[in-house]
Design a protein around this ligand. Sequence first.
Ligand SMILES: Cc1cc2nc3c(=O)[nH]c(=O)nc-3n(C[C@H](O)[C@H](O)[C@H](O)COP(=O)(O)OP(=O)(O)OC[C@H]3O[C@@H](n4cnc5c(N)ncnc54)[C@H](O)[C@@H]3O)c2cc1C
Length: 433
Amino acid sequence: MNQGSWRNFAGDQVCRPRTIEHPGTAAELTAVLERADARGETVRVAGSGHSFNDAVLTEGTMISLARMNRVLDIDSTSGLVRCEAGISLGALSAAMWQQGLAFANLGDIDVQSIAGATATGTHGTGIGLPNLSASLRSIELTTADGRRVEIDADSDPEAYRAARVGVGALGVVSAVTLQAVPAFTLSGVDTVAPRAQVLEQLDDLVDSNDHFGFFAFAHSPLVMTKTWNRTSEAPRPLPAAAEWIQDELLTNYTFWAMCRLGRARPQWIPAVNRLCTRLSGTTRRVDRSYRVFATPRRVPITEMEYAIPREHAAEAVRRILALAEESRFDVPVPIEVRFVAPDDAFLSPAGDRPTCYIAVHQFENMAWDNYFRAVEQIMIGYGGRPHWGKRHFRTAADLAPEFPHWDRFAAVRDRLDPQRRFTNAYVERVLGN
Ligand SMILES: Cc1cc2nc3c(=O)[nH]c(=O)nc-3n(C[C@H](O)[C@H](O)[C@H](O)COP(=O)(O)OP(=O)(O)OC[C@H]3O[C@@H](n4cnc5c(N)ncnc54)[C@H](O)[C@@H]3O)c2cc1C
């Protein structure tokens, strides 16, 4: 029985699973896994499909947990939140806010499922704050035989460090308990600044703000910074029209038009990139944290992102921009630079070291392969580790030395999924058989 195809958000990762299942309860999920087991079929879970690589693809059983999206419990006193794994970060943020709680940090969007986001080590920016998966206190994993196991730091410390960033290779995460923080307001300033100055003062900017990051276009002397700090002020949401102009007209539609122009006339890209940064202006927001962190992103792009030790950030940015400028790669989209605190998940790209993440992008239907490969070589030189949900060209053999706890993850995987039910071409390539 083939129920049609599945594609990711960008539309460039497509597969035809034998069956796509939508369980609504833990019992239905168990039945799905028992059926796959009886057929000897591999299983992949699709979150909201916002990964850029083939992490989700399968020709076996695909499971969507879109119907398992309930908030199960919110304890405003302890800040512990229990939810099903298919809930989106945005829906959970809104529910937590009503109870006086919030995520300490979020990435650029909030439409990912909590399980999909944590499985790949999704992160925001803020050198004092680890990636999202570090907030997981307990993980309910449904294994190949349909058994549910609750994993936390006491019950199974090794599995707990493996399952927080599990790349979908250990089982189906069916529910999680996470540690939220008291709800807070952010004062955010997005503006432009000279590239040379930002790189020179980078350490200060990163250390003196709760959240600092920036976008940099090749060929432009300006970068677009985001500087967000907690404030005791009450939220003052932008008027709807101003928000639409900022988040949709400028961030999405104008930028989209610039990308199309650059794609049609690659010789104009240096001028178009300079124009993009000059048009950016300054936006100030004082709003609920999750409304400042995440905004809609509609421009169709593909992406690679690397985590490197923080101390190499400025040098790596200079080298990547010089590469794009001097090698004449046609790139009408910026790189994004963010900072993340260390954590101890075995496969966390930010594991054990203060981290700078650098993401490179390419607009749809433009060549990305040679550009990304050339950037990857730079990142390998810094001991870079790829974002598990984005494009990269690494394999298990050359990734293993970059992750000090690689063998401990493998041991947990052998224990929880000895038959390799939860595998696909991506998992085999990056984690091995
Ligand atoms: C526009 C855009 C902006 C982005 N911004 C950021 C950002 O700011 N920061 C950042 O770090 N990343 C960012 N990403 C990447 C994104 O956060 C990750 O790729 C994330 O994993 C996507 O979550 P998802 O729910 O779509 O999961 P999917 O992409 O559907 O799945 C990701 C992985 O998780 C596994 N998985 C999903 N659900 C389960 C489950 N219940 N049990 C077991 N395994 C599961 C899948 O099998 C797959 O291996 C962005 C992506 C896009 C498209």
